[in-house]
Design a protein around this ligand. Structure first.
Ligand SMILES: [Zn+2]
Length: 613
């Protein structure tokens, strides 16, 4: 027994490093793939100038000893490089900054001397650094202090740190960050729990991470523990509300560990950001960044936390090799997220989440149109912005594929496969081929009939969905379907049986409402449910789609407030797109956008500038 285990691990280690090398060479989104010279550790020193919106930095990199090259490449984007030297010999190093590319930025080539073991780069960021979102005091909940946060994924870390910005390159880091005394700094590593008088904060991340997981937030922040190893950071005014919303986090952690093995990081804390954050959450190690739009007051949207927590295994521990393999990060995480929710809320709850996710997938497929190559799980982004791969295909088609495998091999077998996947590949990179190899070796095992049933190649390399997909059922949502039929047939909303509905049932109800309703029906729904002011961002956004389609002006003020406040791209895109479908609507959308644009992060702005030009 012992032998076979050792042999298996040795084989897998070998396989996986081969994969890492070949996929790394193919990573077109980082200049670092041009050379064998790599970094292994970063000592970062940053001064944050909130008034002028600039970071002054010094990045000291320790190089990996195994290099066959006398040049090393870093990615930068709109950084001003001031000096490059060898910190040990204090000698200046020759460097060259290449012309800037819109998406990739400028490659920084440094000529290494014999014996160069470390490099120090002194730099500052530009005022339009894509990863950095600087907020005025008015854009925060407390309204008194400015705020800064970063969003590095996918290839924006290079706009605030010169780095080897590909997901296959991992490094550990120590950091020192200096901020104004009334503010506190947090990073994706070990954090302080209190403000200090010096304004100087130090951090360390002892586990190797890729650059897209580098993160920094600066603001008037406070901490509240939820358990021994979990807690929440937020602006003081929101702290209690956030802690109350996240009370199930320790339970989620236990459920996740029961499923796929021990949590391999130090702590797990959540930072709740101001509303401009473009995503639901970002799985920065040990400190998830989360949108305040999940604070619904009734814990109904906390599955997002389960998602970010699951990334501590899928993504942060086993990382997609290139952005073409993004589905390995997100598909696994959505699957894992729903398993956590099933463990703590029951199967019916998880079934509803799955069906709502399937609706999202259907919408995405419809938007792409039949046969579109971006509906394949394995993408061919070439040098396109990796953000273009950030669609429900990676998330929902990816998760559906895993459910499909589970339904064929059985949950027990699949769970042990996944547990082993996370343990054997911890702190390593995985590409799609590597996953297929593991699948074939550990689950299919030469069984041709089983291979045909799983049909992995079709799921991964073909557009749309294969003919055989898992059947999804939810008794609770069946009941909602009947309610929708009743309402469409003329029943008063007041008389619909919505007793004990969760927000999932309401969301499914809103999505299922007839495409054409008359003003009386809209008014009736508004009087009974007032979704526009429900405080639940999912319900509000889904309702506003009906509001826009019917030009139901009564709720336009609420729509406008929502767009002014919320920066989450998932909500913004469908609403602005719907508005822009008529001439009058587009004018209205442009008027709101002019006022709201400052509240949005670069990631959302990129998409919206294009839509509303
Ligand atoms: Zn995710």
């Amino acid at each position: 027994m012992k032998y076979s285990f050792i042999l298996l691990f040795a084989l897998m280690a070998c396989k996986s490093s081969e994969n890492q090398l070949t996929s790394f060479a193919k990573d077109k989104h980082t200049a670092a793939s041009r050379t064998s010279a790599r970094i292994k550790h970063l000592d970062l020193d940053i001064q944050v100038d909130m008034d002028n919106r600039i970071l002054f930095g010094e990045a000291n990199y320790v190089l990996d000893e195994n290099r066959n090259s006398d040049t090393i490449y870093f990615d930068t984007k709109e950084l001003v490089i001031e000096d490059v030297m060898d910190p040990n010999s204090k000698e200046k190093l020759t460097y060259h900054l290449f012309n800037s590319d819109n998406i990739l930025g400028s490659a920084l080539e440094i000529i290494l001397k014999e014996g160069t073991k470390a490099i120090s780069i002194t730099y500052k960021t530009s005022t339009n650094a894509a990863a950095l979102q600087w907020l005025n005091p008015e854009q925060t909940a407390g309204k008194k202090h400015p705020f800064l946060y970063t969003q590095s994924q996918a290839i924006l870390a290079r706009s605030w740190i010169p780095c080897q910005d590909g997901p296959a390159i991992r490094f550990t880091y120590n950091a020192k960050v200096k901020v104004n005394k009334e503010l506190m700094a947090l990073m994706s590593g070990e954090n302080s729990v209190m403000k200090n008088d010096s304004g100087i904060y130090t951090f360390k991340q002892t586990r190797p991470i890729p650059s897209y997981l580098m993160a920094l937030a600066v603001g008037d922040l406070a901490f509240k523990p939820l358990s021994e190893n979990t807690g929440v950071y937020a602006e003081p005014i929101d702290l209690d509300k956030c802690a109350a919303e996240f009370v199930d986090l320790p339970k989620m952690m236990k459920a996740a560990e029961n499923l796929y093995g021990k949590y391999q990081w130090n702590r797990y804390d959540v930072l709740v950001l101001p509303p401009s954050f473009p995503f639901g959450g970002m799985e920065n190690p040990e400190l998830t960044f989360a949108t305040p739009t999940i604070i619904a007051g009734d814990r109904s949207l906390v599955s997002l936390l389960a998602h970010e927590l699951a990334h501590s295994w899928s993504g942060n521990l086993v990382t997609n090799a290139t952005w073409n393999d993004f589905w390995l990060n997100e598909g696994f995480t959505v699957y894992f997220e729903r398993r956590i929710m099933e463990a703590i809320e029951g199967k019916e709850y998880a079934d509803m989440l799955q069906i709502l996710g399937y609706q999202d997938l259907q919408e995405e497929l419809k938007a792409f149109g039949k046969g579109h190559e971006d509906t394949r799980l394995y993408l061919d982004l070439d040098v396109r912005d990796p953000d273009e791969g950030l669609t429900d295909i990676a998330y929902e088609k990816g998760a559906l594929f895993l459910i499909h495998i589970e339904s064929i091999v059985g949950r027990k077998k699949f769970d042990s496969f996944l547990k082993n996947y996370f343990q054997s590949n911890a702190f390593k990179t995985m590409d799609t081929k590597g996953f297929l190899n593991l699948l074939s070796k550990e689950l299919i095992n030469g069984d041709e009939k089983l291979a045909a049933l799983i049909n992995a190649e079709a799921w991964i390399y073909e557009s749309d969905l294969p003919n055989t997909i898992p059947s999804l059922n939810s008794e609770k949502l069946e009941v909602v379907n009947k309610t929708i039929v009743d309402f469409a047939a003329g029943k008063n909303a007041k008389e619909l049986n919505t007793k004990n509905w969760s927000s999932h049932e309401y969301l499914y109800f809103i999505r299922g409402l007839p495409k054409e309703m008359d003003t009386n029906q809209l008014r009736n729904l508004r009087l009974v449910f007032d979704f526009a002011n429900s405080g639940n961002s999912e319900l509000e956004a889904a309702w506003f789609e009906h509001v826009i389609r019917h030009q139901y002006k009564t709720d336009y003020k609420s729509l406008e407030n929502f767009l002014m406040k919320v920066g989450r791209r998932k909500f913004l895109m469908p609403l602005y797109t719907a508005l822009a479908s008529t001439v009058e609507g587009k004018k209205y959308a442009q008027d709101i956008y002019v006022k709201a644009r400052n509240n949005y992060h670069y990631v959302s702005i990129q998409s919206l500038d294009e839509l509303l030009k």
